[in-house]
Design a protein around this ligand. Structure first.
Ligand code: DC
Length: 227
């Protein structure tokens, strides 16, 4: 019988814009492992709480919402993006808006909500393995993971990446504003009392500044294969 603890997990934590999502997807595909996009779970809860018109500072109400909202990830096949289905409704695009991002950030700061989401995240640990992408995968959710990486990139480079993404969507943004927002968010994320953003003591820290994606994928795969 396979126990959950015997299923290997690779945790990939780091700030937004460090390339985690792209790298996690590529590495999971290469290993043939499944993937947990924990940010999408916080986004889904922020979105569901908004749909229910909850006060996002009401920790108990939002935690109840987190516990009873059904969040499913569906593979559309044909190499398409994973669909995020919330209580039976496809919300893949809806959870990616700036509003949903702000709601996610607000609900993620509530300890009761984080606690309510622990079991949902642990349930992703299934054979043959899991790549878990987030902020506290290696520190809080899978502290026993055999493989842990923490991706970083300079604030300037993360701002640049975000700038290109938003410009491609036709949004009017300035690089200076994005850099300022990223620096503020870094400070907030690193200083929050619940699950602050920091590398696990046993994580391999990889700086992706100036690195092409294949080089980062290779560096992360090397962490899994070095044993
Ligand atoms: O990675 P992302 O932008 O999709 O994350 C959305 C929000 O959720 C962001 O504010 C950080 C937060 N988050 C978190 O607190 N813990 C995680 N494990 C993943 C995301």
């Amino acid at each position: 019988m396979t126990t959950q603890a015997s299923v290997p997990v690779l945790t990939i934590d780091g700030p937004s814009g460090s390339g985690k999502g792209t790298i996690a997807r590529a590495v999971a595909d290469r290993l043939g492992w499944s993937m947990l996009d924990s940010g999408a779970i916080y986004r889904a809860v922020g979105y569901a709480a908004g749909e229910r018109k909850l006060d996002l500072t009401d920790a108990h109400a939002v935690a109840r919402c987190a516990a009873d909202t059904r969040i499913e990830f569906r593979d559309p096949g044909g190499g398409g993006d994973t669909r995020v289905v919330i209580d039976g409704v496809d919300a893949t695009e809806a959870i990616r808006t700036e509003t949903a991002g702000a709601a996610a950030s607000a609900v993620a700061a509530l300890p009761e909500v984080r606690e309510a989401l622990v079991d949902k995240q642990l349930a992703f640990r299934r054979p043959p393995g899991l790549v878990a992408d987030g902020r506290d995968m290696g520190t809080v959710i899978f502290p026993d993971a055999p493989f842990k990486v923490f991706l970083t990139a300079s604030a300037a480079e993360r701002a640049e990446r975000r700038y290109k993404q938003l410009k491609a969507k036709g949004l009017a943004v300035t690089l200076a504003n994005l850099l300022h927002e990223i620096e503020m968010r870094d400070a907030r994320d690193a200083s929050r009392t619940v699950a602050p953003l920091r590398p696990a003591a046993d994580a391999v820290v990889i700086d992706t500044t100036g690195q092409p994606i294949p080089a980062v994928v290779a560096a992360v795969l090397a962490v899994v294969r070095r044993t």
